[in-house]
Write a protein that binds this ligand. Sequence first.
Ligand code: SF4
Ligand code: SF4
Length: 262
Amino acid sequence: MEKIHTDHPSPVKELPDTLEAKIIDAVLEERCASEEGMRRYRPLLEERAHRIVARLIVGPGEGDGPDNDSLNQIHALFNLADTIVKDELDSDRYPRPACPDDGGCSACCTHMRIVLSAQEAAVIARELLKLTEPEKAEIAHRLPSLGKSGPGSRCGLLGEQGLCTLYAARPINCRTHRSCSITACEDRIRLGRNAGEEVVFTYPFDDLIRKSFHHALRPSGTPHFLEMNTFLASVLHDDEELAAWASGQIPVEDGTQHPGVT
Ligand code: SF4
Ligand code: SF4
């Protein structure tokens, strides 16, 4: 049994051109694959991409002082991502999002496959530890009937009132998910149920933020991703495992992946 630590999201002081180009190319390739994508996204991406990528990757270390707690640094990255999203939306370059600010729509939480990096899972684990036993039991109780999150199945953190139980610690994929049309989401969800598809996103900067965030978390490689409900089930039934994740130490069998790692 070996212990691996969550990678410290150490800031990259100088953003190499090659890295910036790599992230932007990856997003352009995904977003602009179709003629419609080229028309809608390429001009906006070309105008904004460099600024967004540089801000997220270079920014977290600036002014943070001597804080070496990697989980706190992930929260700093979350805050920065939220700020970039807000700035982009306030810039009036895009149609206004339809997602209600008051949590009045949680349809995507009930149909998306929710994946998170191991580092984000450690943040979730730390927040789970702060819940009361009845609160943890409530989540654990609903998990068996849910199975994995995805089309037709909800995220285990979605409470009965339609609100996220750990909203402040929700993963980057949730923070960068919005739409300018609830009807479009409903249509996609309806079709997605039948076709096994998922809701699509409409804001091009979301991809840039996600990719930059994950790079900042793990500059030297690709993060391990976990499925949310699988992860929750594994830690909510094992106090030692929950404590290990919450401390940023993820137990991994030599040569094998953690059960929650996909
Ligand atoms: S992305 Fe769509 S489903 Fe999700 S909250 Fe926004 S409008 Fe609702
Ligand atoms: S973590 Fe929260 S915001 Fe994300 S899908 Fe689950 S309930 Fe929704």
